[in-house]
Design a binder for this molecule. Structure first.
Ligand SMILES: [Zn+2]
Length: 461
């Protein structure tokens, strides 16, 4: 079964060229000068459109347990929504509960995702219980294709690890060549600010932002970088939101340390003003780190241009406004942390191209190529090249759309970007050679997506 995508502009991390893409079965057979092939079982006309490697969202949380509830998207609904938005791979987080083992956790997440996904998927492992057995199991995780481990300097009593525990895990990461991913906020200090706010009767959603100041993200980021330097471990800062944290990352990178960071669309487009919306509406925007003052956005876009921010992920972790976000009415600390976004990352970052913030090449690089290399999936994913999986997005850069909960495909009752006008829209999406979305129609199926056993990070000095 051969599919020819002809007449389009093929994008990569180095730029744009007029080229045709020939797909044979599940992989790409050739990327050629226009018109070299004419015969195929199916021909897709991409005239006037971009043809790019499918998006890779390296940070999602499908059906994740949080504070007695679960994030609203299952692997089935969440990966379908991702496909609609031009994302053809997710890397989700398996969450170790305290007192359980990493391998039993991994089994559990395989069970959740197996047979449900519309697109390919991998896992990172959240380590929340550092002990001799867990550290030993990190080796088995790497062998099982899970080569990155997330730790938390936030959420004391839940996911929090002490500096000593982080140090021990980082040593194991150095030994195995795996990557430590860090949620870098000073949770001990934040908990005091939260208790103080609640004691003073300040319970509304915007307090979530005020009690997690950017300085405490900057401090934790610097501390994580220092611990990584002492141990030699590769470090990847997740969902970087603050100028202070970016400065710390840039400093470490300038010194040649293996430190990387991602940001998310919500930090590029939304701000603490959204958290301050009246009548509890701000709860829709509660995620950690919190949305910042608008001034941080300028720094984050610059970081994407300079590669101090290498990746854009979503931290997709949707909770419905009704019944879920409402758990925190009157007490912001009980609002489930997380926002929906997996469907709109490619569009929102293309909007950054339209606005002149990033180039077309950086759009592809930050949303597909770099996440593939960062997490050991390249060149199978993240590039249109002979032999690569045929995960392909045909994107119409001139189409206009309005983001809305009424039309999105995520299983959540609101959109964080409600009413936002976007230039550009997905036309067709292929996952391993199969058309899964075309003209706004879904042609995929649960179970098409396969687990991706990942290699180590492909960027290390
Ligand atoms: Zn997350």
């Amino acid at each position: 079964m051969r599919t020819l995508i002809k007449g389009g502009t093929v994008l990569s991390s180095t730029g744009a060229v007029a080229a045709d893409v020939l797909v044979d079965g599940e992989t790409i057979a050739a990327v050629t000068a226009p018109g070299m092939f004419t015969e195929a079982d199916t021909v897709l006309d991409a005239t006037g459109k971009y043809v790019l490697p499918g998006g890779i969202d390296a940070h999602t949380h499908m059906e994740m347990p949080f504070g007695g509830t679960f994030s609203a998207d299952t692997f089935e609904t969440g990966t379908r929504a991702a496909a609609f938005g031009g994302t053809t791979t997710i890397i989700d987080f398996a969450v170790q509960a305290k007192g359980t083992s990493l391998l039993s956790t991994l089994d559990k997440w395989h069970e959740k995702a197996d047979g449900d996904c519309a697109i390919d998927y991998g896992f990172h492992m959240i380590v929340s219980d550092v002990n001799d057995a867990t550290l030993k199991e990190m080796e088995s995780c790497v062998d099982a294709g899970v080569s990155s481990f997330k730790m938390f300097m936030a959420y004391p009593g839940v996911f929090y690890s002490t500096d000593g525990e982080i140090l021990r895990a980082m040593r194991k990461a150095t030994e195995t060549g795996s990557t430590i991913m860090m949620h870098a906020e000073n949770g001990i200090a934040i908990d005091q600010l939260v208790a103080q706010a609640l004691a003073e009767g300040r319970g509304e959603p915007v307090q979530h932002g005020y009690t997690r100041p950017p300085e405490l993200e900057g401090e934790a980021t610097s501390r994580a970088i220092t611990l990584a330097k002492v141990t030699g471990a590769p470090l990847y800062i997740v969902h970087l939101s603050a100028a202070q944290a970016l400065a710390a990352v840039a400093g470490a990178r300038n010194e040649g340390q293996n430190v990387f960071a991602e940001t998310c669309p919500q930090y590029l487009y939304l701000s603490i003003e959204d958290l301050a919306k009246p009548d509890f509406e701000g709860a829709k925007y509660v995620a950690s780190p919190p949305l910042r003052e608008k001034s941080h956005q300028t720094d984050l876009w610059r970081g994407l241009r300079t590669n101090d921010l290498s990746v854009v992920s979503t931290d997709h972790c949707p909770f419905c406004f009704k019944d879920q976000k409402e758990l925190g009415r009157g007490d912001f600390s009980k609002i489930p942390n997380g926002m929906p976004g997996v469907e709109h990352r490619m569009d929102l970052l293309h909007q950054g191209v339209v606005a002149g913030e990033i180039s077309l090449a950086r759009w592809v690089e930050t949303c597909s190529t770099t996440p593939a290399r960062m997490f050991g999936l390249y060149p199978r994913k993240g590039v249109l090249a002979p032999g690569s999986d045929a995960d392909i997005v045909v994107y119409d850069p001139k189409a206009e759309q309005t983001i809305s909960a009424a039309t999105h495909h995520m299983a959540v009752d609101y959109s964080a970007y409600e009413g936002m006008r976007i230039t550009g829209a997905v036309s067709t999406v292929l996952s391993r050679g199969r058309v899964v979305v075309d003209g706004g129609e879904y042609h995929g199926s649960a179970g098409h997506g396969r687990f991706l056993s990942r290699d180590l990070c492909q960027y290390l000095n």
